[in-house]
Each structure stands twice: as C-alpha cells, then as structure tokens.
Design a protein around this ligand. Structure first.
Ligand SMILES: C[S@@+](CC[C@H](N)C(=O)[O-])C[C@H]1O[C@@H](n2cnc3c(N)ncnc32)[C@H](O)[C@@H]1O
Length: 233
C-alpha cells in the first residue's frame, strides 16, 4: 500500500513510524510511506499556507491553493484523499479495515483553524477524526491511522491471525491473556488455560470476551453468534 501524507510538520513523523511493526512493514515493502511538506507547494517568499478567515474571527485558515496543487500532483485515480479533521467520521477498527483494502491513500493534515471549506467540498473523498477532542494539527491523527491500517496489511504481523480475534475485530473485546509464570505473587493463571484442551480453551475465551465486552463496552455489537441466535428466534 502507498500512503502519502501532506503536512506542515514532516519532522513529527520521524520516530513513531520508524519502529517495530511499522518499520518492518516498510522494510518489507508492504507500506510505501512518503511525507510531503505542504510549504513545498507555495510560490511566495514566505511560503505562505494560511490566511485570515473571511468574516473575521480568531486564528488562521489553510489556503486552498497549496493543498489543491499538492493533491493534484500527488494523487491519481486510485488515490483516496482523506482530510484529518475533528469533524470527520470517527475512526475505528472497521474504518481501519476499509482503508487497508485501498491501494493508495493521501492523508491531508490540517493546522491552525483548519481547512478552507472548498478543500473539504471538492478535493477530499473522506474526512476522518480520531476522536471527539481537538489536537493542534493532523500529524498525530495521521500517524494513528497509518499505524492501525498498516498492522492489518497481510504479512505485517508475524501471524495474521493476531488481528483476527483481537479487540473490535468481531464486535467483542479480546479475552484475557496470560503468560509465564503460571503463578505470580499468589495470582494464578486460570486452570482452564493450563488444561491443554484447545476446544474448551476456545469456548472459555469466547465467554470471557462476551462478559468483558458486556461489562466494559456495552455499546459494542457483541458476539455475532448471539445476534444470529436472536435473529433466528
Ligand atoms: C486545531 S484543529 C482545527 C479544528 C477546527 N477549528 C474545528 O473546530 O473543526 C487543526 C487540525 O488538527 C487536526 N485535528 C485536530 N483534532 C483532530 C481529530 N480529533 N481528528 C483528526 N484530526 C484532528 C485537523 O487536521 C485540523 O484541521
């Protein structure tokens, strides 16, 4: 997958995307990530990207010209152009899966008071928010999206099954996990997990995931098998 990012702060991207699974995905050619400086698409001495809002009010607004020029240069007919914006669709695992199926993304990061509305209206295919709070610019949201999407690319995780039953993948939170030692400070790993009976362990985990989801996140859809049962009643 190719991901282009348009930002006023390219140095912010050094670090988080150069480590661990994302680094491995980049090294393996699964993710082709390119960070572009929005100021490279300006033509005045001051490399101006923003201006005062028409109608007055606080702050500065990102001008249309550099963003239009950059998107027209970087995107092609396969590219999904996405504005990072607190006004967008709220990002979740389902949207991450949807984006992981695209071949090319262009993430446009805002700053200051955000985008001239014409960018939203006629340049972007989508607008994504990472939550109901306002950050200073779109770099962190873009990195969140890139991280969540990259780990879903086939081959990015050591075992692709890891992403199949983790939290949110099936409407459920993940079941509790334990590792060695079997007893730590008098806290024991549940006997079931030491039983070696894989079918029973599978059932136990499913039940734990159900209970955990009901208690912690009753807003999630829950076990799809349960809704099948309800639907067939
Ligand atoms: C200070 S915010 C602008 C907020 C804008 N005035 C509004 O009220 O919608 C500057 C930029 O940060 C990014 N940003 C801030 N919060 C975000 C969020 N929750 N999700 C995605 N992007 C966000 C966007 O790119 C936005 O254009």
């Amino acid at each position: 997958m190719k991901v282009d990012v348009l930002t006023l702060f390219p140095p912010m991207f050094a670090g988080p995307l150069d480590e661990s699974i994302i680094k491995r995905a980049r090294d393996a050619g699964l993710l082709d990530l390119r960070i572009h400086d929005l100021r490279d698409y300006t033509h005045d001495r001051h490399r101006t990207v923003d201006d005062r809002p028409f109608g007055g009010g606080p702050g500065m607004v990102l001008k249309p010209e550099p963003i239009f020029e950059a998107v027209e240069k970087l995107a092609n007919e396969r590219t999904r152009v996405i504005l990072m914006s607190p006004q967008g669709r709220k990002f979740d695992q389902a949207i991450a899966r949807e984006l992981a199926r695209q071949s090319e993304l262009l993430l446009v990061c805002g700053s200051y008071e955000g985008f001239d509305e014409r960018i939203r209206e006629s340049l972007a295919h989508d607008e994504i928010s990472i939550g109901d709070y306002v950050l200073t610019n779109g770099a962190l949201p873009a990195m969140v999206v890139i991280d969540a999407v990259t780990r879903l690319l086939p081959g990015a995780l050591g075992d692709d099954a890891s992403s199949a039953d983790e939290s949110f993948s099936q409407g459920l939170l993940e079941y509790p996990q334990y590792t060695r030692p079997a007893e730590f400070r008098r806290m024991k790993v549940p006997d079931m997990l030491l039983s070696g009976n894989h079918a029973e362990i599978e059932k136990w985990r499913r039940e734990q995931a159900r209970v955990r989801t009901k208690n912690k996140r009753p807003d999630l859809p829950g076990d799809p098998d349960d809704s099948d049962k309800v639907a067939s009643k």
